[in-house]
Design a protein. Sequence first.
Length: 598
Amino acid sequence: MSSAVEGSVPVSRRSTDTRRTHRIRKWLAVPKNLLHVGVLTAYTAVVITVMCFHEPWFDEAQSWLMARDCSWHDLLLVRPHYEGHPPFWWLLLAIPARLGVPYEWGIKSIQLMTAVFFVWLLIFRSGLPKVLRIILPFTYFVCFQDGVTSRPYALMHAAMLLAGLSWRERDDHPWRLIGSLVLLCLCSSYGVVLAGSITMVWVWRVWRQHGIRGVLMGSKPRLAGWLVLLAVGLGITALVWPRPNTYDSGLDLLVDSPLPSTWQMVLRFWLCLPSEMMFTSVFSDVMMCFASISAWEWAMMAVFSCLVWAVFFHLAYRRGELGLLIIPYAMMSVLGVRYFAAHHEGIILGFFIMVLCVLCRDCPLNMNDVPAWMKTLGVRASAHMSNRDRTLCINLGKFVGVLLLSISVYWNVYACVADVLYPYSQARALASLIERGNLQNERMMSGWSRLPATKEQQQEWQGAYCGGGDNCIDFTTWYPADLIVANPYFNKNLISNSPDDSSYLLWYQPAGQAKKDLETWKNEGEPALYFTSFQPFFFNELGYKRADYIEVQYVNLVRPWKDQYKATTCSVYMHRDVYRKVFHKEAPNTLTVDVDIS
């Protein structure tokens, strides 16, 4: 039988399959190739394993809900103004979301593909030193923050790395680099800044070598590519430009002290972020403008950052790529300071990986890159050492280097283990609580944000309203994330008081909306579930009786950040009648109760 089947296969096909199999075996027989396959396999296994335990949090739920529930018009033309991101990531998520793929399967499959693609490029195409190709995939931002957590940053890293791979042949094959930069623009607003500044360096080099005639007439494909990139960049900039009523334009309401000046934020970019991306863990996961830094922490981060800059300045100067290192980073440090958050530090790491890729493709790292003064010191020191001592010093230096690179690997292990052992968000627990009591059709309400505000701040917000007097602003469309992270598990919006029945956060408030909302909610009666922090006005303002509710603490969260963590308890004010329905017993005569819904 087997011979008959074999005979039915054309000889040319059998020979092609044999040659292909032989090439694969020959390629795998090379130890470094087998090592690289092992690294990629291990990375994929780690990400998939942690993904199985990872509960999606607000950013992930918000993106999925917009991809699933937004009209195409709003998704493409409205939401980018309030989210600050191009819609490309949401369009990718819309494929599984609108085909009915379950939430976690859909969003995590898209994320896994982008993360593995980036790491494949990093391992097999980047040309970085072998030690970096082995260690970098398991660092905190590459593996956990931008691998396990579903956001567009892994795709953005891939776009930056593709740009680095295309940089050397940019004039011979301009569309390779143009395509990479267009993808970079589509991934993030920071990508627009980086792509624009990289193109500025490119245009300047052509101008310097060939003059204005070389820019305009030297290469028609290159000029066409620049014009396409300009159109894409300007279009996306117009698309994501914040509208005046966007919540993030009122960041000063969220802090008691004044926000840092632009120059202070720029200094943080240069003296803090190169250290924070791999070596130090000073910032928590907050907006960078909210982070408070002691003098000792400033000094520590400045030392590590200056070392990073010294290495990259030296390597870039030797290879004539100083402009590619400085100009994009300077542009991002000025244009990106206001909204930069700690979880964006991975973008800084991706940028340095891109630059290092360019430097290594120009000329692989070698002993000629060691500064002359260091060689002189080394020769003088080694003259007084035995061969054994010299070998020991060399190995000690390698060990220290690997140890420094492994700091971020430790963060990654810490975060992955914490994510496996403890809930990262309340998404699954809350969805289980709602399903357990069959509460999908009950009225569930989210509280709102009441922020202290002066008269001047109130005047900045058209239609600002303060139900508690005249020293605050009520943002009734800015509510807690609890029901938002649960919404993707259900086919209907759970938030009864969301504007226009939106399942996601709008990030804006129409003029006069607060007063109208509070009046409406007063007439709707007490909700079954009320998600809010306890302040008397959240009940008194609407005529609700606190005694009718019991605070149900339903899950304890542990959210890791590098080697730090934040532990919180999630709770909901549940009407006592609903408690009886869900747990089949009377609510205890207390204000608070812990429940186990596992």
